[in-house]
Design a protein around this ligand. Structure first.
Ligand SMILES: NC(=O)c1ccc[n+]([C@@H]2O[C@H](COP(=O)([O-])OP(=O)(O)OC[C@H]3O[C@@H](n4cnc5c(N)ncnc54)[C@H](O)[C@@H]3O)[C@@H](O)[C@H]2O)c1
Ligand SMILES: N[C@@H](CCC=O)C(=O)O
Length: 515
């Protein structure tokens, strides 16, 4: 019997046994570093000479894995096998497809720390964050499986005398999943299994930064019984195969999560009908954020400082949901800043593959350089009050950094940095705070810390973000609790982990029978 969906609990690392088990998983994974990984097409493992080399960002000398790179010819082969697999996969019942996801979730749950340990190497994710990433991947599988079974019943519509009308959903055809590196298990799993459980074969092109943990997911889905051709694993250079996957005339949907630049490029290219293409492509594009926490004059200031701290510096601010703007009422500005700085003093920075730290390294040299550049920009745009140090001798380490008195129109307040940098700005009243919060092109997450119900009610409608939080931070959406997706240039508001998500990968069909 299938129990109702329940969110996978997080591991409590204050318990000694849990810490020891995690250390054992890190040790086990360390023993497997540096291996070679193939592409997977039609169930066949293909090793190529040209490899993506994945390094541990916290220890640049450590190779996590060497992953075969797909070419355009491999994309063609994978698409051919996906089209063949579609003929049968679409006819599996929703329950049969869901059972594969239940089994995959069970396999990951049994090896949970091992998956999180891979995240500690492949993306340098701290233990708690890695554990939450793995838990979210399990949640996506469990949630979408149950939800597909519900959707397979179709929806009620009206009959008339002598006429029976039925409204139901069917799969669309093969499509492409293109995830980012920052939730290297959860987002890869969610964006891959959703179209699959809906009956569509998927060509998965993982991020070049974190291909090994993506391979581990594909292995699990195969072990769980996914038929050949339903999932192809195509790591590669996005400059070589990215456009090709999107443009392919047989691609029915592109399930993308990543930056605004790549997302808008994909939306534009997917809108062009290619020779031989017989359908319109659907694009789900979940993109960047420039997320704000507002602190009202009557707020609980400890709650405010804690919310800013963990939303800005959790996983080194490398979340689309990260708080990079703190907009504070003038009467409490100094106090909130002081409390946040005080909390930031306790943040530990190090290599999570070796120890339990608050922040690991940022993902690569490019990101490290970009964040350092924004720190320099911030010094000209306002006052550096905490942090600012960065060291890439061993890994790409950037310390938590806080700026104050930044103009709402300044670059630090407008551009996505994707690192541990938060800018404070002062406002005179709630109107001004809301105006500042809405003055970016993004609209992903936001939070209001306030005890004024009238202000909270206004924010409910006027704070223009897809995920709004009251009296807590703006990161950490949980499948089934906080369906996730942004407004404006943050994306297509697909609401991952929510009741509308699977419909992006389904066609609704109306059948009307006259008797
Ligand atoms: N809104 C969300 O739910 C969400 C979640 C996580 C991350 N993000 C965003 O993702 C970004 C960070 O991730 P990233 O650095 O991996 O983003 P990115 O746009 O650089 O890459 C995302 C994916 O797109 C691929 N890609 C790059 N060029 C491509 C092309 N021309 N055609 C097809 N695919 C191509 C990459 O290989 C990768 O797999 C941030 O902007 C962050 O805010 C958004
Ligand atoms: N869903 C995650 C963010 C994903 C983007 O990086 C959160 O809610 O913090």
């Amino acid at each position: 019997m299938v129990l109702p969906f329940k969110h996978e609990p997080f591991t409590d690392f204050s318990i000694k046994q849990n810490r020891e088990e995690f250390e054992a998983a890190l040790k086990k994974v360390k023993g497997q570093l540096g291996q070679e990984y193939p592409l997977i097409i039609n169930g066949e493992k293909i090793y190529t000479d040209d490899k993506l080399i994945s390094y541990n960002p916290g220890n640049k000398k450590e190779i996590v894995g060497k992953v075969s790179k797909a070419t355009k010819q491999h994309v063609d082969q994978a698409m051919e096998s996906a089209e063949k697999a579609f003929k049968t996969w679409r006819k599996w019942t929703a329950v049969e497809r869901a059972e594969i996801l239940y089994r995959a979730a069970a396999i990951v749950r049994r090896r949970k720390h091992e998956f999180s340990a891979w995240l500690a190497y492949d993306g340098n994710k701290p233990w708690g964050q890695a554990d939450a990433d793995t838990a979210e991947g399990i949640d996506f599988m469990e949630y979408y499986a149950r939800h597909m079974i519900e959707l397979a019943k179709g929806k009620e519509i009206n009959d008339r005398v002598g006429e029976e009308n039925t409204y139901f959903y069917q799969a669309m055809g093969p499509g492409v999943t293109i995830p980012p590196w920052n939730f290297a298990f959860a987002i890869v799993a969610g964006t891959t299994v959703a179209p699959i459980v809906a009956g569509n074969p998927v060509l998965l092109k993982p991020s070049e930064n974190t291909p090994v943990i993506a391979y581990k997911l594909v292995e699990v889905l195969e072990e769980a019984g996914l038929p050949k051709g339903v999932l192809s694993f195509l790591p590669g250079d996005p400059a070589e195969i990215g456009d090709y996957l999107v443009d392919h005339p047989s691609t029915h949907f592109i399930n993308f999560t990543g930056s605004r630049a790549t997302g808008t490029r994909i939306i534009e290219r997917a809108s062009k009908v290619q020779e031989g293409q017989k359908h319109l492509k659907r694009v789900v594009a979940e993109m960047g954020g420039k997320d704000t926490i507002i602190v009202d004059d009557n707020a609980d200031l400890d709650v405010a400082a804690e919310a800013i701290l963990y939303s800005a510096f959790g996983f080194s601010g490398q979340k689309c949901s990260a708080c990079s703007r703190a907009v504070i009422h003038k009467d409490v500005y100094d106090e909130v800043l002081e409390k946040t700085v005080k909390l930031a003093e306790d943040i530990t920075v190090g290599n999570p593959a070796e120890e339990d730290v608050y922040m690991g390294a940022v993902v690569n040299q490019k990101q490290f350089d970009k964040i350092k550049e924004y720190i320099e920009i911030g010094k000209n745009e306002g006052e550096l009050v905490f942090g600012g140090e960065a060291d890439d001798t061993e890994g790409y380490f950037v310390h938590p950094t806080i700026f104050k008195d930044i103009d709402p129109e300044a670059r630090l307040m407008q551009e996505e940095i994707f690192g541990p940098v938060v800018a404070f700005t002062k406002a005179n009243d709630f109107d001004e705070m809301l105006d500042i919060a809405n003055n970016t092109e993004y609209g992903l997450t936001g939070a209001v810390i306030s005890n004024n119900r009238e202000h909270l009610n206004r924010a409910r409608y006027d704070f223009d973000v897809g995920n709004l939080y009251f009296n807590r931070g703006c990161t950490g959406a949980i499948v089934g609790y906080q369906p996730f997706g942004g407004f404006k240039m943050s994306g297509t508001d697909s609401k991952a982990g929510g009741p509308d998500y699977l419909q992006h990968f389904l066609e609704a069909k109306t059948l009307s029978q006259a008797f």
